[in-house]
Design a protein around this ligand. Structure first.
Ligand SMILES: Cc1cc2nc3c(=O)[nH]c(=O)nc-3n(C[C@H](O)[C@H](O)[C@H](O)COP(=O)(O)OP(=O)(O)OC[C@H]3O[C@@H](n4cnc5c(N)ncnc54)[C@H](O)[C@@H]3O)c2cc1C
Length: 402
């Protein structure tokens, strides 16, 4: 058995954990990254907002996957319900706020590879340990992580990036509020006959959104949120019948679809930790919050967690403070709460307005879409807030190194 002593231990080598580890190690903080191999069957893509891309660029990771990513320049929202009060079609154009794109859509595997390769190049200040964390014990001075391979790592601070069933969150004694929705998200990658013109299209149906997001070339990813019965009937279709059904639901806007390998099925859940830090453990990414895949918020929030915790730790270290002490944990919790709460609320509200037939709610949605369509300053403010949330602008998200 060996014992490694370090300043910070990051548990979990998903995108949030890798980003936090890179940010800390780049700033000279002695960091250990404790990782189990990620699932190999993830065919999903992630839409990254411009601020997330800036952070990855500042860490040197974006440069390794940008050629595999597609820019998203326009977002179209179409009411695809047969309701009495239908909302007008809404298009947001990045050029209207002087940007080339709102962000980029990239395969999860390409993003993870890029982060992973960047981490492997940083071996001076980042120790990588390929073993799962088994138990975590904390005391007044340090946290000790016992690994599956029998070794131990002790650190001033543990950053929990170990996903929605976080062992670290349990070790910190933090509970989560969990809410399930009567919906399932199906994910597909498609090639199509017509060009997407770097435009995403979100059809709002009474079961949830059906969102096509551009990939490089004549390809798109699709997140189709539906009721579980529809999801089950889709699962029974062969590729060609399914492609036809999806094309019908997309009103053939991209012409004929051909399915690429890899279908995904995800139950819709919302999960929020009651605190984001306690007992020398700070939660980031899905260890802290799980959002339904509506509006592409999950990992963008997770990367803001990573950028924020890294900034607070680096500043504390430079001020000679204990990087896992209560003052640092409190600062992190306070910094993340408003951003996570507002995004969680926004996603939940949008989803509920889609599911509900309640007329006053539909009227409110119709009014807000009408105002957004006709009042330029309001529309531009919404776009700016979407790209760069006022409640969370850590230095890394502004493209600055720590
Ligand atoms: C259908 C769908 C579409 C989505 N689309 C988007 C999108 O477009 N934009 C967006 O921003 N977000 C999106 N999301 C959300 C996004 O996928 C998640 O927020 C993100 O993957 C979470 O990353 P993470 O690093 O926090 O966790 P994970 O990716 O779950 O990584 C956790 C890691 O920890 C490791 N681990 C677990 N336990 C241990 C242990 N004991 N010891 C060591 N390691 C451990 C795991 O092996 C894994 O590698 C989507 C989600 C879904 C379901």
């Amino acid at each position: 058995m060996s014992m490694l002593k370090t300043e910070v231990a990051v548990v979990g080598g998903g995108p949030a954990g890798l980003t936090a580890a890179l940010a800390l190690a780049n700033a000279g903080i002695k960091t250990a990254l404790i990782t189990k191999s990620p699932p190999q069957d993830d065919h999903r893509t992630t839409f990254l907002l411009l601020a997330s891309v800036s952070a990855l660029q500042a860490l040197g990771a974006w440069q390794r996957c940008e050629r595999q990513a597609a820019a998203l320049r326009r977002m179209r929202i179409v009411d695809d319900t047969a309701r009495l009060l239908r909302t007008p079609e809404l298009t947001f154009d990045a050029a209207e706020i002087g940007l080339e794109a709102f962000g980029y859509n990239v395969h999860n595997r390409d993003l993870l590879n890029a982060l992973d390769e960047t981490a492997r190049d940083l071996n001076a200040s980042l120790v990588r340990i390929d073993s799962g964390a088994q138990t975590i014990v904390t005391n007044e001075h340090e946290a000790t992580v016992a690994l599956e391979n029998g070794d131990e790592v002790s650190a001033r601070l543990v950053i929990a990036a170990d996903g929605r069933r976080s062992l670290c969150r349990s070790a910190a004694g933090i509970e989560s509020d969990v809410h399930g929705y009567p919906q399932t998200a199906l994910t597909f990658n498609l090639s199509h006959v017509r060009a997407h013109d770097n435009t995403s299209t979100e059809f709002h149906s009474p079961q949830g959104p059906f969102t096509l997001v551009p990939l490089p070339g004549r390809k798109s990813s699709l997140v189709f949120v539906s009721d579980p019965a529809t999801a089950e009937s889709m699962a029974e279709l062969d590729d060609s019948a399914l492609a036809g059904e999806l094309e019908r639901r997309a009103h053939s806007i991209l012409g004929k679809f051909t399915l690429e390998p890899g279908r995904g099925v995800f139950a819709l859940t919302m999960q929020t930790a009651r605190r984001f830090a306690s007992a020398r453990i700070a939660l980031i990414g899905e260890a802290a919050h799980v959002l339904p895949p509506i509006g592409a918020q999950g990992l963008n929030l997770g990367l803001r967690d990573a950028a924020t915790v890294a900034e607070i730790v680096v500043d504390a270290r430079r001020a000679g403070q204990d990087v896992g002490g209560d003052a640092v944990l409190e600062r992190y919790d306070t910094a993340r709460r408003p951003d996570v709460t507002s995004r969680t609320l926004a996603v939940d509200t949008l989803n509920r307005t889609l599911l509900s037939d309640f007329l006053p709610l539909q009227a409110a949605k119709q009014l807000s879409f009408f105002l957004m369509r006709t009042v330029g300053p309001l529309r531009r403010a919404a776009m700016r807030e979407g790209v760069s949330p006022a409640l969370s602008q850590p230095r890394l998200m502004r493209g600055e190194t720590l």
